[in-house]
Write a protein that binds this ligand. Structure first.
Ligand SMILES: Cc1ncc(COP(=O)(O)O)c(C=O)c1O
Length: 427
């Protein structure tokens, strides 16, 4: 099946008992068995089954199966997927599953602020260090790989830097040193790119964004693409686990130990909402991307706009990669500037249709001033290092009629700058 079909049919056909085509919400904490021996067998992994919803749940399993199928693409089956309570829980479980004190993460810079905080603050407290580097060029990034580097981390499109790192080149550099590459694909869900094909070993993402699509639940997932050989990998405990579980070593270790211990499971109802969102992911992403493309080009021609960052623009240094890897669908997020922070704030205050809120990937257009919100705890210097400028606005372009979005932006630009001419007239 092609990804758009998998997004609708993967992981569930019809309920064998009732014929229900929607995945039932198994709103249960635990599961009863007829005999003590049966339950003991399931606990011991000798028989399939669920015992407790912190570890597995049938609604969540349907979501995991659908996401694993979607990420597999033409490459063949992915090893599998674990769904989590949030995107952050997926990244946390992945890192806790791989790393121990003394290890180092080599990460792209300009990534999501929550991930930087996880790496630098939370994991830092447990003796894991993180080096951040510009990931636009594999050569210079690869030179930052050190003796203690055990994981390389990228975002397929950096949020908020809007860069497309050299995923293929960095995958190559990572694999030369037998280091797994983890890619956060939140901004380019699997109907746009299956990152395993670009060399990602583990794909992590927030399902709160495009997969849910309507801003109604928080969730996340991680997928083992099957590219990394855990039996010959860098991680002694996973090499041991691989003796029993083969290619399922990493996911087995997570399911039975890390994921179980951290307790970051999704609620069954949230898994249902993610499954429902997935069914329309393909056509919604088309609209997010075409609306973002149109808005980016309108803004880039407007005389009051200082700059626009969107990988879909011909002028973007990342346009080649967006064309090659994302089939020209450069996602639904862009950043731009009206020249000053004052104008940025005035623009947000003048919006009538777009909402002023954090989050991306909602059907609604959302606008945010990152420097005073997500990155407000950063020093000026740290903000600069991650590419968050004082004048920068971030837009998650929704799927409303693009003419309405442009009209709203035109009037807000006029209000913020005193510039009375509409974008279209100006061009
Ligand atoms: C690129 C990226 N990764 C991860 C996350 C974290 O996801 P969640 O909010 O579901 O924990 C976000 C949230 O904005 C994000 O933008």
């Amino acid at each position: 099946m092609k990804p758009r079909t998998q997004a609708i049919h993967g992981g569930h056909t019809a309920d064998p008992v009732t014929g229900a085509t929607a995945v039932p919400v198994y709103q249960t904490a635990a599961y009863a068995y007829g005999t003590a021996e049966e339950l003991a067998d399931v606990f011991a992994g000798r028989a399939p089954g669920d015992v407790y919803s912190r570890i597995s749940n049938p609604t969540t399993q349907a979501l995991e199966k659908r996401l694993a199928d979607l990420e597999a693409g033409q490459k063949g089956p992915a090893t599998g997927c674990i769904a989590t309570a949030s995107g952050m829980a997926a990244i946390t479980a992945t890192m806790m599953g791989l790393l121990r004190s003394g290890d180092e993460i080599l990460s792209a810079n300009g990534i999501f602020g929550g991930t930087i905080s996880l790496f630098s603050n939370t994991l830092g407290r447990f003796g894991v260090t993180t080096t951040y580097a510009n990931a636009d060029k594999a050569d210079s990034f690869g030179k930052r790989i050190g003796e203690r580097t055990k994981v390389i981390f990228l975002e397929s499109i950096g949020n908020p830097r809007m860069n497309v790192p050299d995923i293929e080149g960095i995958a190559h550099a990572a694999h030369e040193r037998n280091i797994p590459l983890v890619v956060d694909t939140t901004l380019t869900p699997p109907t746009i790119v299956q990152s395993g094909l670009l060399g990602a070993d583990i794909v992590v993402f927030s399902t709160s964004k495009y997969i849910n699509g309507h801003g109604t639940a928080i969730g996340g997932a991680l997928v083992d693409t099957g590219n990394y050989d855990w039996g010959r990998g860098l991680f002694p405990d996973l090499r041991q686990t691989a003796l029993r579980l083969g290619r399922f070593a990493f996911l087995g270790h997570l399911r039975k130990v890390i994921y179980r211990d951290l307790g970051g499971c999704p609620a069954p109802m949230n898994s249902f909402l993610m499954l429902q969102g997935l069914e329309t992911l393909g056509p919604r992403m088309d609209l997010h991307c075409s609306n973002a493309q149109r808005l980016a080009s309108e803004l880039s021609r407007h005389p009051e706009i200082s700059w626009v960052n969107y990988p879909g623009l011909n002028s973007s240094p990342y346009n080649d990669r967006a064309q090659r890897w994302f089939g020209g669908s450069a996602g639904g997020v862009l950043t731009f500037s009206l020249g000053t922070r004052q104008r940025a704030m005035a623009f947000v205050n003048a919006l009538r249709l777009a909402k002023n809120m954090t989050n991306i990937g909602d059907a609604k257009t959302l606008v945010l001033h990152p420097a005073t919100t997500i990155y407000q705890e950063y020093t000026d210097e740290d903000r600069k290092a991650v590419g968050v400028h004082d004048d920068m606005l971030r837009v998650s372009v929704g799927i409303e009629d693009i003419d309405d979005i442009i009209e709203d932006f035109e009037q807000a630009i006029a209000a913020a700058t005193g510039f009375a001419t509409a974008v279209k007239e100006a061009t």
